[in-house]
Design a protein around this ligand. Structure first.
Ligand code: URA
Length: 487
C-alpha cells in the first residue's frame, strides 16, 4: 500500500482523519502526518480527501481526554504517535495505555508535561493594562509556552476575568477575549516588549503589597519559578530587592491602601480591601506576643459579627486565607460552614464568628502553608482574647467548632468532644454546643462519614438557634441551669 498523507493542525482534525484511516484499516506505517499544508515527505502520495462519514470509533472518554492532552505536546511526530496508540487500542492491545508499555509511558509523560505547562501558564501569565483604545483589548499578556496549551489556558482566563477584554499573545498564536467570546488569532507580537506596559506599575504595586517577607523562602521561590519564566515576569526585576529586605528582617506584609485605591477593574484575584481590611490603628491584638505564633503569621485575625450577637461560633484558628484576609472563616472551611449555616437557617450576619487562637499556625509544605494544630500552651495564651470577646458580646449560646475551641471555652485541656455531641451543656451561665469543625468534614475519608459529620454540625447549629431564641428557655429537659449542666 502506498503512503497516505493526512494533514492535522488540531486535535479535531487529527481525530477525524484517524477515524477514517482506522475505518479503512490503514496501519500507522502507511500514514504520513503533516502539521502544515505542504509539509513533509516528498515521496508521499497526494492527500486523499478525509472522509468524515466514516463509522464512529467508540472510545472511552478517559482515552479521548488523554489523547487530547498529549496532542498539545509540541513534538514533530505527535500525530503519528497518537495514531499508533489509537491503532493498537482498536486492535484490543489495551496495554498501550499502561505506563509499563513503552507507548503508554510516552503518552502519559506527554499528557503530564502538558498539564504542567497549563499550570505554569495559569501561574505566570501577567496581564498588563493598556491605555484605552477603541476596539483594543484592555489587558494584554505575552507568554512563551513550551507546548500548545494556549486555547485551554485562554478558556481558564475567560472564566476568571469576567467581561474585561484581553489578549494573550504567544510566538505561535494569540487568543482574544472580547468580554463574551474567545477568538483564536495568529501570532501578533514578537515579545513582551511590544506590550504597552501602562498596567505594569499596578501589578508591581500589588506584588510588593502581597509579598510577605515572613513567608518567603528564597530557595523555594527560585526552584518553583523556573528561570525561563522570570524574564517575562515584571516582578522578576523587583524580587531580588524584596528578598534582601526580607533577609534584613522585614516581617509585615506591605499590603497598602494604595492598591485598594486604584480605580478600575484589574487582574488582581483578591481585592486589596479583602487582602487587608482597613484598620485605623493596629489593635492590641495585632501587637500580641503572648506566644510565638505571631512571628510567622501575616496578622492576628479577630472575631467578626454583631457586637451583641446571641450566638457565638468559635473555631480553632485562622487558616491560610483567613491569615491573608484578616477575617475568620473565609476559606474552604468557611464555605462549608456557610452551607451548614444556610441549611440550619442561621444567618451568618446574625452571629459572631471567632477563633480560639488568633494567629495562623502553619508549617511549610512545598509552596503551601499547611495548618498545624495549636498546642495547649498556645490555646491558653490566647484565651484572654476569647474571654474579652465573650465579655463584650455576651452571647447566650457558644458553638464550639471542634476540640481546640471546646478546650478553650471550657478552659479544660482534657475536654473531649464525643460526650458533648448532641448534648449542650451550661458553662459559666451560657449554653455550650459542641459540633465538629468544618475541616473535619472536609478531611473525612469517604462520603458517608462526611455526610454524618456535616449533619452533626447542622444539628448543633439548629440546637443553638433554639437555645438562643430564649436565654431563659429551659430546653426540653426543663431543669434549672447550674454551671456545666447538661441539657
Ligand atoms: N478554621 C478555623 O478554625 N477558623 C477559621 O477562621 C478558618 C478555618
Amino acid at each position: 500500500m502506498s503512503t497516505v498523507v493526512r494533514l492535522a493542525q488540531s486535535f479535531d482534525e487529527w481525530r477525524a482523519a484517524a477515524r477514517e484511516l482506522i475505518a479503512r484499516g490503514v496501519p500507522p506505517a502507511d500514514v504520513a502526518w503533516q502539521s502544515q499544508p505542504g509539509d513533509g515527505d516528498l515521496f508521499s502520495s497526494t492527500p486523499d480527501a478525509t472522509d468524515t462519514s466514516a463509522p464512529l470509533l467508540r472510545l472511552p472518554r478517559s482515552l479521548v481526554e488523554l489523547l487530547e492532552s498529549a496532542a498539545c505536546f509540541n513534538v514533530h511526530d505527535r500525530w503519528a504517535f497518537l495514531y499508533q496508540v489509537l491503532w493498537r487500542w482498536q486492535l484490543d492491545q489495551h496495554d498501550v495505555l499502561s505506563p509499563a508499555d513503552a507507548d503508554g509511558a510516552r503518552l502519559h509523560a506527554m499528557a503530564k508535561a502538558v498539564r504542567r505547562e497549563e499550570h505554569d501558564m495559569h501561574a505566570y501569565v501577567r496581564f498588563r493594562e493598556r491605555s484605552e483604545a477603541e476596539g483594543a483589548p484592555r489587558f494584554v499578556a505575552w507568554f512563551e509556552p513550551t507546548h500548545d496549551v494556549l486555547p485551554q489556558v485562554a478558556r481558564h482566563f475567560a472564566r476568571r476575568m469576567g467581561s474585561a477584554s484581553w489578549m494573550i499573545a504567544t510566538p505561535a498564536a494569540s487568543m482574544l477575549w472580547d468580554g463574551t467570546t474567545l477568538h483564536a488569532g495568529p501570532a501578533l507580537l514578537s515579545g513582551a516588549a511590544d506590550i504597552d506596559d501602562a498596567g505594569e506599575a499596578l501589578w508591581l504595586t500589588y506584588y510588593r503589597s502581597i509579598f510577605n517577607p515572613a513567608r518567603v523562602n528564597a530557595g523555594l521561590l527560585r526552584s518553583h519559578i523556573p528561570s525561563r519564566f522570570w524574564k517575562n515576569l515584571p516582578e522578576g526585576a523587583i524580587v531580588p530587592a524584596m528578598l534582601s529586605g526580607a533577609a534584613n528582617g522585614e516581617r509585615r506584609t506591605g499590603q497598602t491602601a494604595s492598591v485598594g485605591q486604584r480605580s478600575g477593574a484589574t487582574m488582581i484575584p483578591v481585592s486589596a480591601e479583602r487582602a487587608q481590611p482597613a484598620r485605623e490603628l493596629p489593635t492590641t491584638l495585632d501587637q500580641c506576643r503572648r506566644c510565638a505564633l505571631w512571628q510567622h503569621a501575616t496578622q492576628a485575625v479577630p472575631g467578626a459579627g454583631p457586637p451583641q450577637a446571641r450566638i457565638m461560633l468559635v473555631g480553632e484558628q485562622p487558616g491560610d486565607q483567613e491569615d491573608l484576609a484578616g477575617l475568620p472563616f473565609v476559606g474552604p472551611a468557611g464555605a462549608l460552614l456557610d452551607q451548614a449555616l444556610r441549611e440550619a437557617g442561621m444567618a451568618r450576619d446574625s452571629i459572631y464568628l471567632t477563633n480560639a487562637v488568633k494567629h495562623f499556625k502553619w508549617e511549610p509544605r512545598g509552596k503551601r502553608r499547611l495548618h498545624k494544630t495549636p498546642a495547649q500552651r498556645e490555646i491558653l495564651a490566647c484565651h484572654g482574647w476569647l474571654e474579652q470577646e465573650l465579655t463584650s458580646v455576651k452571647p447566650q449560646v457558644i458553638v464550639a467548632l471542634g476540640s481546640t475551641a471546646l478546650k478553650s471555652i471550657l478552659q479544660d485541656g482534657a475536654a473531649s468532644m464525643t460526650p458533648l455531641i448532641g448534648t449542650p451543656i451550661r458553662h459559666d451561665g451560657r449554653w455550650v454546643v459542641a459540633v465538629y469543625h468544618p475541616s473535619y468534614v472536609l478531611r473525612a475519608p469517604d462520603a458517608a462519614s462526611r455526610r454524618q459529620a456535616y449533619e452533626v454540625i447542622v444539628a448543633g447549629l439548629r440546637q443553638a438557634l433554639v437555645l438562643g431564641q430564649d436565654s431563659h428557655h429551659s430546653v426540653e429537659a426543663g431543669t434549672s441551669c447550674p454551671s456545666s449542666r447538661r441539657a
